[in-house]
Design a binder for this molecule. Structure first.
Ligand SMILES: [Zn+2]
Length: 309
């Protein structure tokens, strides 16, 4: 047992080895960071409960060993955070939904340990979120009459067992369906120096002009390596723009994956390479572009015609 450097929980097994904190924590899930990152928390660059929330989310998504966190920005870039109390409460619903087995299977949520599930500041805030779900009839509570009255009074009750009601299940399913990132556009393309202006002057402004947000993966790239992070970004995007100029295998793979998920994919390619696109995809309605301006104009037209915002 040791004290977690993030949340202060005394039941953690986080250890410091070679200036790195590593280990499980019942609150944060799994801590995986450099000692320099702890200095940033001490300096107030990032709030503790946010750190716990992100580590816990990475743990739940089995991404906690993906990368050793060196600074606050790196951690913040890894997940989408809830932006208001409603979205925080939605996180609890989604947690219960993902762990749902049946209407009689209750799942323990202990505010003392589980407040990071909702990025809550601590057990008090978590208890008030749970009370709200209970009062709104989105969750059922297992336990004694005493338990009920505690939750009603918004006292902190440890080890309460919750299950979604039909209404709660319905809401969680809806949330899951139009999940989190409905304005994100995944851009699959050959990230090379010649293509940078094509991205900057055509693809990015076309996406922004249609009120979507481009998601460019080249920072994380990847020497043609399609990792889980990329697959997840594709799963979370609203639609994809795939430019096949350069005929990269990764672009074909990413576009195929998006197609399999029934996502809209806009196929583009430089006109001079129109003969080279792979036979399996040349029946898709490609935008063949002459120059950056041409691509931008055609993309804006295609996005506004084919993507419902
Ligand atoms: Zn912790």
């Amino acid at each position: 047992m040791s004290v977690c450097p993030i949340c202060g929980c005394e039941k953690s097994s986080v250890n410091i080895i070679d200036y790195q904190y590593l280990g499980e924590c019942p609150v944060c899930g799994y801590v995986n960071c450099d000692a320099t990152f702890i200095d940033e928390i001490v300096a107030g660059n990032i709030q503790k409960h946010i750190v716990s929330g992100i580590f816990r989310q990475l743990y739940n998504e089995n991404r906690h060993k993906e990368k050793k966190i060196a600074n606050a920005q790196e951690l913040l870039d890894m997940v989408t955070r809830p932006q208001n109390p409603m979205e925080q409460i939605d996180r609890i619903l989604i947690f219960l939904y993902k762990n749902f087995k049946s209407m009689t299977n209750y799942i323990t949520i202990d505010p003392k340990y589980d407040y990071p599930l909702a990025f809550a500041t601590g057990d008090k805030e978590m208890a008030s979120f749970l009370k709200h779900l209970f009062d709104s009839k989105l969750v059922n509570l297992e336990g004694s009459r005493d338990h009920y009255s505690h939750v009603r009074r918004n006292d902190i009750v440890h080890n309460s067992n919750f299950c979604l009601t039909i209404e709660g299940y319905e809401k969680a399913q809806r949330l899951q369906d139009n999940k989190l990132n409905m304005d994100k556009v995944f851009v699959a393309m050959w990230f090379t120096r010649e293509m940078t202006p094509v991205y900057k002057n055509a693809i990015e402004p076309a996406i922004s002009a249609c009120n979507f947000k481009p998601m460019r993966i080249d920072k994380k790239e990847h020497n043609n390596k399609i990792d889980d992070e990329i697959l997840e970004e594709i799963e979370d995007c609203k639609f994809m723009i795939a430019d096949f100029t350069g005929q990269r295998g990764g672009v074909y793979f990413e576009a195929g994956y998006a197609k399999a998920l029934k996502k809209e994919v806009i196929f583009t390619c430089k006109a001079s390479e129109s003969k080279e696109v792979h036979f399996d995809t040349n029946h898709f309605n490609y935008i063949f572009w002459k120059d950056e301006e041409d691509l931008k104009v055609k993309l804006i037209k295609r996005i506004s015609e084919s993507i419902k915002s």
